[in-house]
Design a protein. Structure first.
Ligand code: AHG
Length: 327
C-alpha cells in the first residue's frame, strides 16, 4: 500500500493551485484540523473523564448544553485564536461573536462560523457526533473592529466549509469550492490522511433521513412525500446527528430532511453553523440543498447569528423530486 497524502500536504499542494488560497487561509484549515484531533481524543475517552452529561445551561439556540459542547467550543476558539490567522468566530454555543483583539489576529481577513459539537445529545450513548465549520472573508476593513455584518453572510460567500465526523473512524471532509475531499484520521501517526479524494454524491439514492416522529407536525406536502417513500419501500435512516446523516447521504445517495414543524415553525437547524456549511459541501459534491419552500440554502439572506432554517439536502434527483410537494 502506497503512502497516503496527509491533510497538511494536501492543503499545501492545493494552496499553490488555488488563487484565493493564501498562506493564511491554508494555515487556518490546518489549525481546524489540529483542534479536531484534540476534540476527537476527548470525545473518544469522554466516558473515562467525567465530561459526559449536561452542563445545566441552555445555549442561544435553545438547546440543552452538554459538558462536551463547552469543552469543544472553548478548544476550537482557543485554537482559532492561537492560529493568529482568524479575526473572530461565531459559535452555535455563544450568544454573540468573539473578536480576537490581539495584534496577531485583529487585522486578519477571515472569520469562522462553527458548530463545535453537533449532535451532542447523542454523545452519552456513544453515537457519532461532529464538528461543522464555515470560513468567510470579513467584509469590514481589516483595520476596523469586526462587525456583526461580517458574520451575517449568505452561504455562497463561504471560501471554505467542512465537517469532522467522530464516527467509527474520524473523518475530516472539506471544500474550498473546488470539489470535496475526505481525510480519515490515522491514530498511529496522528494525522488525517486523504482517503476519499474528489467525493461525489450519487445523483439518486434509496435512503431518506428524517425524524419521522414529527410526521403529524409536517406540512401536507412533506407528509405526502413521506407516504410515497414508504409506498416505494425506501430505506428510512436517521441518526439525529446531522453530520453523520449528511455524511451517509453523501456516501450512499438519498436525502436528509429537517422541514418546519409546529414546534419549530422556522425549522430547527441553524443557518450559519449547520445549513450553510453542509450545503456548500453537498453542492460541491454534486448534490443540492434547499429549504422547504424550494429556495437554495446558499442564496438565503442571513439576518441573525442564530437564524434557523428548514433544509432538504442530498442527491440532486431526490431533492428535485421533492419540489412538487413543497408549497
Ligand atoms: P444537538 O446538537 O442539540 O444534539 O442537535 C442536533 C441537531 C442535528 O445534528 C440533528 O440533525 C437534529 O438536531 C436532530 O433533531 P431532532 O432531535 O429534533 O430530530
Amino acid at each position: 500500500m502506497g503512502r497516503r497524502i496527509t491533510l497538511d500536504e494536501f492543503i499545501v499542494e492545493n494552496q499553490t493551485q488555488q488563487d484565493q488560497a493564501s498562506g493564511a487561509f491554508s494555515g487556518l484549515l490546518r489549525h481546524i484540523g489540529i483542534a479536531a484531533k484534540i476534540v476527537n481524543r476527548i470525545v473518544n475517552k469522554a466516558g473515562l473523564m467525567d465530561i459526559l452529561g449536561v452542563d445545566g445551561n441552555v445555549n442561544s439556540s435553545g438547546d440543552t448544553v452538554q459538558k462536551l459542547d463547552i469543552y469543544a467550543n472553548d478548544l476550537m476558539i482557543e485554537y482559532l485564536q492561537n492560529s493568529g490567522l482568524c479575526a473572530g468566530v461565531a459559535s452555535e454555543e455563544l450568544d454573540s461573536f468573539v473578536s480576537f483583539t490581539n495584534k496577531f489576529n485583529r487585522n486578519n481577513k477571515y472569520i469562522v462560523v462553527i458548530d463545535p459539537l453537533d449532535g451532542s445529545s447523542n454523545i452519552d450513548v456513544n453515537i457519532s457526533v461532529g464538528t461543522i465549520f464555515g470560513i468567510y472573508q470579513r467584509i469590514s476593513p481589516a483595520t476596523d473592529e469586526l462587525q456583526l455584518t461580517d458574520f451575517l453572510q449568505k452561504g455562497i460567500h463561504q471560501v471554505a466549509a467542512g465537517y469532522v465526523l467522530y464516527g467509527t473512524s474520524t473523518m475530516l471532509v472539506y471544500t474550498t469550492g473546488d470539489g470535496v475531499n475526505g481525510f480519515t484520521y490515522d491514530r498511529g501517526i496522528g494525522e488525517f490522511c486523504l482517503s476519499h479524494p474528489d467525493m461525489k454524491i450519487p445523483q439518486t439514492g434509496n435512503n431518506y433521513s428524517i425524524n419521522q416522529g414529527y410526521y403529524k407536525q409536517f406540512s401536507e406536502g412533506i407528509q405526502q412525500y413521506l407516504d410515497e417513500c414508504a409506498d416505494k419501500s425506501m430505506m428510512q435512516r436517521y441518526i439525529g446527528s446531522m453530520v453523520a446523516d449528511v455524511h451517509r447521504t453523501i456516501c450512499l445517495g438519498g436525502v436528509f430532511l429537517y422541514p418546519r414543524t409546529i414546534n419549530n415553525p422556522n425549522g430547527k437547524l441553524r443557518m450559519l453553523y449547520e445549513c450553510s456549511p453542509l450545503s456548500f459541501v453537498i453542492e460541491q459534491a454534486g448534490g443540492l440543498s434547499i429549504n422547504d419552500q424550494g429556495m437554495r440554502i446558499m442564496d438565503i439572506e442571513v439576518s441573525e447569528l442564530h437564524q434557523r432554517s428548514s433544509i432538504i439536502i442530498g442527491s440532486s434527483k431526490n431533492v428535485e423530486g421533492i419540489l412538487k410537494y413543497l408549497e
